[in-house]
Ligand binder design. Structure first.
Ligand code: NAI
Length: 272
């Protein structure tokens, strides 16, 4: 259902790889709600060409940018403002990648060059995005910037290895840049801490199926889907959440406040 919540708003959406991507669902919902936006992803991620289908469905243009490159981001922000005919109201950072996770390195055996790549791609890129937006004065007042996080920033999930540190850094950047951008332009900055979700990035984490099922059983509402995450992003881009900033917002069906659940007890009892 559409409520026209983003009518007249302009933005940039990072991270739609394929139709499972959270950013893909956000783009579809933002389009339904009347937003105009530019889509972007790393040049290498565009090889599959999936993003062009999304661009067509949303009447959006695609501008490649490696989110770790300030130069690419400068080009992206200036071209996006040209295409959209003005400053931006929202930005979605939906980017994550760990070479250590990809190559199956355990926490005690991390490759430190890859660790730095993980931090650069998954966290520092968020700082760079906001730095470029600030320098180009690209955001409208009362704009909204959102990045996606995971509860491994606060709790230990052993297979999430260096990504847990990237998420902790990402959330810290949201708080600190949220303070700065709020003072400068009344722009709000938040992270959404999403349930495990069956996407390319999500299912790449070792033991994903087990912790997907565990989180689902622990959460009174079950795991939050990518579609419901998109709905939540839309509310944060809309004018209905203008005073929410510097927060890490749990979107997890209640998981983060649970100790143990009936479903998990039942599962353990069955195993005995
Ligand atoms: P996805 O694999 O569809 O999206 C990750 C995106 O990051 C891809 O589009 C990829 O091309 C992009 N990317 C990687 N390196 C990049 C670079 N250098 N420059 C620009 N883009 C780059 O997976 P998903 O799940 O939609 O991930 C989106 C966000 O949601 C990530 O931050 C992820 O950590 C977060 N998240 C995912 C959860 C899950 O279980 N899937 C749970 C909680 C958070």
């Amino acid at each position: 259902m559409s409520y026209n919540l983003l009518k007249g708003k302009k933005g940039i959406i990072f991270g739609a790889l394929d139709e499972k991507s959270i950013a893909w669902k956000v783009a579809m919902r933002a389009h339904e709600e009347g937003a105009e936006f530019v889509l972007t992803n790393a040049p290498i991620a565009m090889r599959m060409g999936e993003i062009n289908k999304l661009a067509e469905a949303c009447n959006a243009q695609v501008i490649p940018a490696d989110a770790t490159s300030v130069e690419d981001l400068e080009n992206l922000f200036s071209k996006a403002q040209e295409i959209l005919g003005g400053k931006l109201d929202f930005v979605l950072h939906s980017i994550g990648m760990s070479p250590n996770i990809r190559k199956g390195k355990s926490y005690g055996d991390l490759n430190y060059e890859w660790f730095q790549k993980t931090l650069d791609i998954s966290a520092l890129s968020f700082h760079k995005v906001m730095h470029v937006a600030e320098k180009q004065d690209a955001m409208n007042e009362w704009g909204s910037i959102v990045a996606l996080s995971y509860i491994a920033a606060q709790r230990v999930f052993p297979d999430y290895t260096d990504m847990s540190h990237a998420k902790a850094l990402l959330e810290s950047i949201a708080r600190n840049y949220g303070h700065r951008f709020g003072n400068l332009k009344k722009v709000r900055v938040n992270t959404i801490s999403q349930s495990p979700t069956k996407t390319t990035a999500g299912t790449g984490v070792g033991g994903f199926d087990a912790f997907y099922d565990y989180a689902d059983k622990m959460s009174p509402l079950g795991n939050a889907s990518a579609e419901s995450c998109a709905d939540y992003c839309i509310t944060l881009f809309s004018d209905l959440t203008r005073m929410v900033t510097m927060q890490n917002l749990m979107h997890d069906g209640g998981f983060s406040y649970m100790g143990i659940s009936e479903g998990v007890v039942e599962m353990l009892n069955k195993q005995q």
